[in-house]
Design a protein around this ligand. Structure first.
Ligand SMILES: [Zn+2]
Length: 352
């Protein structure tokens, strides 16, 4: 956007994990994965208008690293997979997603490949819409595998490796389009621990191989939908799932680890396990419509600073905010910025 200046703060740059609510003229609000209301050229134009609004709202509310709010995609995995060959969307099978809920998914029927760029034009549009640093999210290889039925490779590891190669091609083109941070969403890392150890982190590193852009991995406990909240209720009083992946990620080539924190049962000290990496810390609950106060956000950040250096902390949301009413999501953006401002001021006093 012409005339817009870059964010003045470099300390504690704020960012969102991914999705924001879509405008009601583009898709049904407060519904995950709701179908488009527009078609053809009108849909292309509508998505771009929605993306412009998402950028504007983030900038206006003090978000420093700007994302697309996932305005151009329906689903964080499926929209990417739809653009690949080797996957048949007509042949559907019911599988258990992340060992938690059943869903009808497409079938891998042959070698998977990317015939053309998937999100590169959208990323160019985002790049042209703001002078601030931009972040783009892609699904991670393991989470892609877990969202399909594989009738071809018959091996989750082999399929993940193929996806990693494809993701790397896409990521390199996103980087060339001017994306500063490329994020891979791997909620599966909180579920399939043996696979995380055996090939999950290696496949993730393959997806991020050779990038000059910063790379991030987002691992969460999911949107605030019933299947997820029911699952969370079984996890006990301390959620220690990050203990499995964090030591491996600390040793990996990935630059930033995005984790769920506020209102979760994740023990804060687990952040220590990725010491040296940047931490995108979830200080905004995506399972509650109650908007955090700035002091609540500040409190979460203050506690986290015991385990992450200030120059490596990126205040963020726990996950995407697509299912929220729009005013709730936007209110939470403002709270994130206001809470971060409190901590910036405290740090400035401590170290003038
Ligand atoms: Zn998430």
């Amino acid at each position: 956007m012409s005339g817009e200046s870059p964010a003045p703060h470099t300390l504690l740059p704020t960012s969102i994990v991914g999705s924001l609510p879509k405008p009601s003229w583009l898709a049904q609000p407060e519904v995950l994965w709701s179908p488009w209301k527009l078609h053809g050229d009108a849909l292309v134009e509508g998505k771009q208008d929605a993306l412009r609004i998402a950028v504007e709202e983030q900038s206006r509310r003090g978000i420093d690293i700007v994302g697309d709010g996932e305005q151009t995609r329906q689903h964080f995995v499926t929209t990417f997979v739809e653009h690949l060959s080797g996957v048949d969307f007509e042949q559907r099978k019911t599988v258990r997603i992340r060992d938690r809920y059943d869903a009808s998914v497409p079938t891998v029927i042959g070698s998977v490949s990317r015939e053309q760029p998937v999100f590169v034009d959208d990323a160019k549009f985002l790049r042209a819409s703001t002078d601030r640093p931009i972040k783009w999210a892609l699904p991670g290889p393991m989470t892609m595998v877990d969202t399909l039925y594989d009738a071809h490779y018959r091996s989750r590891e082999k399929l993940a490796w193929e996806f990693a190669t494809i993701l790397n091609e896409e990521a390199k083109e996103l980087e060339a389009a001017g994306v500063d941070i490329i994020q891979f969403d791997e909620p599966s890392f909180n579920v399939f621990f043996d696979e995380v150890h055996d090939w999950g982190v290696a496949a993730l590193e393959r997806a991020a191989e050779g990038l000059r852009a910063e790379t991030a991995v987002h691992i969460c406990y999911g949107y605030g939908i019933k299947a997820n909240t029911d699952w969370k209720a079984t996890l006990g009083s301390q959620w220690r799932q990050y203990e499995e992946s964090f030591p491996l990620l600390q040793q990996s080539s990935i630059d930033i680890v995005s984790l769920e924190c506020h209102h979760s049962h994740v023990p804060m000290d687990l952040i220590e396990l990725v010491r040296g990496k940047k931490v995108m810390l979830g200080a905004i609950d995506v399972a509650s419509e109650t908007i955090e106060t700035p002091e609540e956000v500040a409190d979460t950040l203050r506690k986290a600073l015991r385990f992450v250096d200030a120059d490596k902390l990126v205040p963020s949301t726990n996950c995407g905010m697509a299912p929220f009413p729009r005013d709730v999501a936007l209110g939470k953006l403002s709270a994130l910025s206001a809470g971060t401002k409190i901590i910036r001021e405290e740090l400035a006093v401590a170290e003038p």
